[in-house]
Design a protein around this ligand. Structure first.
Ligand SMILES: *Cc1c(COP(=O)(O)O)cnc(C)c1O
Length: 494
């Protein structure tokens, strides 16, 4: 039997894994979501010695069950290779009182690489499987990291075109240069005058525009998504939670069966939702701790069950989490409401019309799994310094948000369970914040900070930032948020 992926907003809209990956988003505006979970044999006596690629095979073959074994081998072997600068792919580092799961050893030094190095292969494999003749146009809104990681994955992939929108004043200098210097004839990068939510809203609108879809088809084109709204992004993220657990068993830090907490710095709710799915296939999970920055809409949601996006948008030092509308929360809402498309669609309509919704009738057992809190800018900087002093290790600001929230959780609950912090970016991606937090210096340029960070941490400068200062800028377009569609039409010659 093949696993069913259903739209969160229409119970009749059901597809297989490969179809869900090709489509990206459901045309009814919902997200394709598993309605049952596959059986996976999580035997940690064996898994503790398995490679990352082997764990990936186990998880992917269970969730992406209409791909053949040969197809998955091809995708996995082309994704998790020497693009990663650590043979473990996602090494687990033991620090004072916590374990940091380093998800930033890929091409763009943020955790998006974990899924985006495999998504293009899954997508082109799925396209072949279904005899698709259209060119796939990847349309992506990015808060900084997805855009670059998606382009690194899709650049010059035959049969694809990729268009990335990012908020002009909402990303770090290093993030911006990583994107604007991107090579590849099929890559397009556009800055918008607006924030990430503006970019994401307009991308979603274009996906759901039937007229636009028809015109694309006339030109033998179709959209897909590289955002975590695509289930092909989420499934590869389940892998590293299983892998991290296996490493804890291997190191003798836990015994197979012991529950482990995961603290996840959260924006669009994709990464933490993958941890939830890991729990659903049998990973012994204690709490999933949802960590936010000052855009703390999710903290309020878990505490009050009211999701209220009507608040001011804050630009913080952890820009990849500067989000007020967390797309993937829709999938959790769907599960919380007993996989009811009707209830989910009603809540999403309320969010759209009134900017908020209240969850009244829900599965308390699922909600209990989550704890949530946020860290202020000051607390985040203080945490970078604390970890540096305690463990001689420099966290990036996103990881530090999670780490700070874990410290609060620990103080409040006294929960002594082993806890893994999802470490989502290298400090080299946010060098100014990292160096200022450790040394107290201010006014450094990004490139001065890179050198200092190297001296402080002793970690080699990754190729992702080495040479960035002098790389030619290839993408210089800026448009208003309401002109995004025009930009897309221009690029595609519609
Ligand atoms: C995208 C991102 C996040 C947020 O992850 P979500 O899956 O959107 O919740 C956190 N940290 C970094 C560095 C990111 O790039």
């Amino acid at each position: 039997m093949t696993l069913v992926y259903q739209s969160t907003r229409d119970e009749k809209n059901r597809v297989t894994a490969s179809q869900a990956i090709l489509q990206g988003l459901a045309t009814d505006g919902g997200l394709f979501t598993p309605i049952t979970y596959p059986q996976v044999d999580l035997d940690f006596a064996k898994l503790k010695d398995a490679s990352y690629q082997e764990v990936a095979k186990l998880v992917l073959s269970a969730f992406l069950d209409d791909f053949s074994e040969a197809e998955l081998d091809y995708c996995i072997n082309h994704a998790y290779d020497s693009k990663f600068d650590d043979a473990a792919i996602a090494p687990l580092v033991k620090l004072d009182g916590q374990y940091n799961l380093e998800l930033f050893h890929g091409a763009t030094i943020a955790f998006k690489d974990m899924a985006l190095s495999i998504l293009p292969h899954l997508m082109t494999t799925a396209a072949k499987k279904h005899g698709l003749e259209n060119k796939i146009v990847i349309l992506t809104a990015t808060s900084g990291d997805t855009g670059k990681a998606a382009m690194a994955g899709f650049a010059d992939v035959p049969g694809t075109e990729i268009i990335v929108f990012y908020p002009k004043d909402g990303v770090s200098k290093v993030q911006e240069l990583q994107m604007t210097t991107q090579t590849g004839a099929n890559t397009h990068v556009v800055a918008i005058d607006g924030n990430f939510d503006d970019a994401q809203t307009n991308v979603k609108r274009m996906f759901n525009d039937t007229d636009l879809r028809a015109r694309l088809l006339e030109h033998k084109l179709q959209f897909s998504s590289a955002n975590s709204m695509n289930i092909g992004r989420l499934v590869p993220q389940i892998v590293y939670y299983v892998y991290a657990y296996a490493q804890l068993v291997k190191a003798g830090e836990i015994i197979a069966g012991d529950k482990v907490n995961f603290t996840v710095p959260t924006g669009n709710f994709g990464n933490i939702l993958a941890a939830y799915y890991a729990k659903q296939i049998g990973l012994p999970v204690g709490k999933l701790i949802c960590a936010s920055n000052e855009n703390n809409v999710l903290t309020d949601f878990f505490k009050t069950h009211i999701y209220d996006k009507k608040r001011s948008f804050k630009v913080t030092s952890s820009p990849s989490m500067d989000i007020l509308v967390s797309s993937n929360l829709e999938r959790l809402i769907f599960h919380l409401s007993g996989n009811s498309a009707e209830k989910t669609a009603a809540l999403m309509a309320a969010l759209n019309e009134h900017g908020q919704y209240e969850l009244t009738d829900f599965d308390a057992e699922i909600l209990e799994l989550f704890a949530a809190d946020y860290a202020t800018e000051q607390e985040t900087a203080a945490e970078i310094k604390r970890v540096y002093q305690a463990s001689d290790y420099i966290e990036d600001p996103h990881t530090a948000v999670a780490s700070a929230v874990y410290q609060k959780y620990l103080a409040e609950t006294g929960d002594q369970r082993k806890t893994v912090i999802a470490s989502t970016a290298s400090p080299y991606k946010f060098p100014v914040v990292a160096v200022e937090a450790v040394t107290g210096q201010t006014g450094l340029s990004d490139f001065e900070a890179l050198d200092q960070l190297h001296e402080l941490s002793g970690v080699a400068l990754p190729p992702a930032v080495d040479g960035l200062e002098t790389a030619p800028v290839r993408h210089k377009t800026t448009v208003a948020a309401d002109q995004m569609q025009t930009a897309v039409e221009d690029y595609l010659g519609l």
